[in-house]
Design a protein around this ligand. Structure first.
Ligand SMILES: [Zn+2]
Length: 435
């Protein structure tokens, strides 16, 4: 047959099918029970709808036992949550609803933001929608139709999303009953396949497209699992983590506190500071004999930060310091250091150095200040003042710029040691000038 499709199954067997055969039909050809359990197919490893026609390649029939089922369950649950919300609060606009680690969220445009009290009501309606067990079906729409339909429904955000899809890409609409959403898919066969192992977790505010110049949307986070046991276990782990939340321990054990006048800066209490100093002492022992410990100023003239590049790139994240008195005519602008290294460079530059002294390893338990958006502050994990355990290794370039192994930074393995805040240097933009 010229139009035959050749499928290779996980057990290595190969079977031919007529062109246009769907994943569901393939599952039925294997066994009735498999077809019943099937929620999707994977073609050459890529998840697709059960209703998609198969093409020549490696085919797997995906069931709930498959680890990839989680992704499908969470995605479908997000759609069901959006339907529930629009049923309960007509006129609410849906925006985007991706799957994330351990769950999903959906952002809604609604005049009155959701409150935690709304969640049980939404969950109840979601269970009803799941019970209705409507099939997920897919349509490909022309761009103009999609724009028109969403515009007529008052879904301005969806119109924006339609416009953002590349011209050469299909515009897919997934239905569950009468409710539909613009979506890349894939989905399971019907809402009934979701099951009831889900829970709505919390509400939050989120800017449209993550941009603070855009309108604030209202977000609902949820989690969904294959079985009730999986859900229970996840909730148990969360509860245990909550008991050990460092912010809670800090309060209960009288280690530290935060207060309104100092957003993102820590008031260390006696016991907490002892823990802190014990860690510092441990690090000093590890540094001894390898690094010279130095200490550079906390406040330095703006010109130095211009040279280092921080002023140009990261000024928005820096604290500016000027003289407070009225009588002084000193109008110099200083900044609190956001990073230790520029200070280390000054120490290195001071006086003549011989290449024989290289590599020079400098370490500092310096305090660095960075202006973090207030929404990003999180206990000791995300602060505005942190002790930057910073080591600079100044070495001589040789071998075409490659650094010999013995001269590489961190020969004592301090990168495994983390004091508050240092972990986030990998993602902090102000770290880039100094890597
Ligand atoms: Zn979707």
């Amino acid at each position: 047959m010229a139009d035959a499709v050749s499928l290779t199954f996980p057990d290595g067997s190969v079977r031919g099918y007529a062109a246009g055969t769907t994943g569901r039909e393939v599952a039925e050809s294997i066994s009735k029970s498999l077809a019943k359990k099937a929620i999707a197919i994977a073609l050459d490893g890529e998840l697709r709808d059960l209703s998609d026609p198969v093409v020549t390649g490696r085919l797997e029939i995906v069931t709930r036992e498959d680890a990839r089922a989680l992704e499908l369950i969470r995605h479908d649950t997000a759609h069901v949550m959006a339907e529930a919300v629009q049923e309960l609060w007509p006129g609410t606009q849906v925006t985007i609803g991706p799957v994330i680690e351990n769950g999903f969220y959906y952002d809604f445009a609604k005049n009155e933001p959701f409150t935690p009290d709304d969640l049980p009501k939404i969950e109840k309606r979601m269970k009803e929608i799941i019970q209705r067990n409507k099939p997920f079906t897919k349509e490909i729409w022309p761009r103009d139709k999609a724009r028109q339909v969403f515009a007529d429904k008052g879904e301005a955000y969806k119109v924006e999303l339609v416009d953002a899809i590349a011209a050469d890409q299909d515009l897919k609409i997934y239905y569950q009953g009468d409710w539909f959403d613009l979506c890349r898919g894939p989905h399971m066969a019907s809402t009934g396949q979701i099951g009831n192992a889900f829970k709505l977790m919390r509400v939050a505010g989120a800017y449209w497209r993550g941009d603070s110049n855009n309108p604030m949307l209202t977000r609902i986070y949820g989690t969904a699992w294959r079985t009730q046991e999986e859900l229970d276990q996840y909730l148990h782990i969360l509860a245990e983590a909550e008991k050990r939340d460092h912010r809670r321990l800090g309060r209960e054990m009288d280690l530290f506190h935060f207060q309104e006048e100092g957003p993102g800066v820590v008031f260390w209490h006696g016991k907490g500071w002892r823990v802190f100093q014990t860690l510092v002492a441990y690090m000093r022992r590890r540094l001894a004999g390898t690094y010279q410990e130095v200490n550079a100023p906390q406040v330095l003239d703006k010109s130095l930060w211009e040279t280092s590049g921080h002023w140009g790139w990261y000024r928005d994240n820096m604290f500016k310091v000027t003289v407070a008195g009225d009588e002084t005519d000193d109008e110099r602008v200083f900044a609190l250091k956001p990073m230790n290294c520029p200070g280390h460079i000054q120490i290195f530059k001071h006086g003549l150095k011989s290449y024989r002294e290289l590599p020079i390893r400098l370490a500092e338990f310096g305090n660095v200040h960075r202006y973090e958006p207030s929404g990003a502050l999180h206990g000791l994990m995300r602060v505005r003042l942190h002790a930057g355990r910073r080591a600079c290794v100044l070495y001589r370039r040789a071998n075409g710029g490659r650094v010999p192994a013995h001269q590489r930074p961190d020969p004592v393995g301090l990168s495994g040691l983390r004091v508050q805040g240092s972990r986030r240097q990998a993602v902090d933009p102000s770290g880039k000038a100094c890597r």
